[in-house]
Design a binder for this molecule. Structure first.
Ligand code: NDP
Length: 288
């Protein structure tokens, strides 16, 4: 029998600080060269407290790396036409490099229609079909933030992706599908699982890299994890007022080679990739 191993717990906060430091340095050099800072526009529709808090965090993160941000709020009563008109205004505004419309949107406002309305060059969430198409084809574009954060976690921990069997649980447009494509482009053998997958535990046990993006508290059990696997937990679930992931974090200790914690794991990396996308959009927009 193999002895229990030490599981590396990813410090997404520290990793984010490191990358944000690198981004801040790039922004500082732009200022030194007499250029304006990159600017992100965030749109909040309605008064969802969680959304307001996410937006606050994103704006604070921008400020800390020397980027600008502007917030545009619309009331919960706003219709789709109001949101589309605001997006159109921001698309035309030359001082704006990136546009983020915070989800979820109120009933009656289609997230798909809004994603399609954002100028693909300012689409820092990577949700416009043009950017999805670029990701599918493996050509440069603005890609979704959480999937890019996951790849960054793997790379910065020197987890080999090429030739690895990556199992992604979840097939959403925002996490599951794009992270599967990113892993595929890096030459992993990718299995995408979802609610109709047969023998999910058995498939997960095959994974060298296991990504859980489901939204079901502690669904991934310790005996679903291959010893030594890198386990990336994207899930955000609340149980008895506590944040828990899709993975049984305590249970996989001593089994997984690496695991991201429910708090301070993938979350900070997502915001960091938003900053990186904003800088990328700025560079393409301004030619800097
Ligand atoms: P979605 O609800 O859009 O997708 C969930 C996926 O999980 C679907 O593909 C669904 O399958 C699958 N699924 C549901 N139940 C099961 C099951 N029993 N077995 C296998 N698969 C199942 O979620 P998101 O991708 O948007 O988000 C996933 C989680 O990640 C959420 O908790 C969310 O809050 C979190 N999140 C965290 C982020 C971060 O920065 N930390 C960013 C984005 C999301 P099917 O398609 O068949 O319905």
């Amino acid at each position: 029998m193999s002895s229990p191993r030490d599981t590396v717990v990813v410090d997404g906060k520290a990793l984010s600080q490191q990358i944000r430091g690198e981004l801040a340095e790039e922004v500082r050099k732009l200022a030194e060269a007499g250029r304006r800072p990159p600017c992100l526009a965030v749109v909040l529709v309605g008064d969802n407290p969680a959304s307001a808090s996410y937006i606050k965090g994103k704006r604070r993160a921008c400020a800390r790396v020397g980027m600008q941000s502007v917030e545009r709020d619309l009331p919960a009563s706003a219709g789709e036409a109001d949101v589309l008109a605001l997006v159109d205004e921001l698309n035309r505004d030359d001082s704006i490099d990136g546009i983020l419309v915070q989800l979820p949107l109120p009933d009656g406002v289609s997230a798909t229609a809004v994603a399609r309305a954002v100028d693909p060059a300012k689409d820092v969430d990577g949700l416009h079909p043009m950017n999805s198409g670029r990701l599918l084809q493996g050509v440069p574009g603005l890609y979704p933030c959480t999937p890019m954060g996951i790849i960054e976690v793997l790379d910065r921990h020197e987890i080999p992706i090429e030739g690895a069997h990556a199992v992604v649980v979840g097939r959403s447009e925002i996490v599951g599908k794009p992270v599967s494509l990113l892993l595929l482009h890096r030459h992993a053998t990718v299995t995408i699982c979802h609610s109709r997958t047969r023998d999910l535990p058995g498939v997960c046990r095959e994974a060298d890299i296991l990504v859980a993006a489901v939204g079901r508290a502690r669904m991934i059990q310790p005996d679903w994890v291959k010893p030594g696997a890198a386990v990336i937990d994207v899930g955000v679930n609340e149980v008895d007022g506590k944040l828990v992931g899709d993975v049984d974090f305590d249970g996989v200790q001593g089994i997984a080679g690496l695991v991201t914690p429910p708090r301070g794991g993938v979350g900070p990396m997502t915001i960091t990739m938003l900053l990186r996308n904003t800088l990328q959009a700025y560079r393409e927009h301004t030619g800097a």
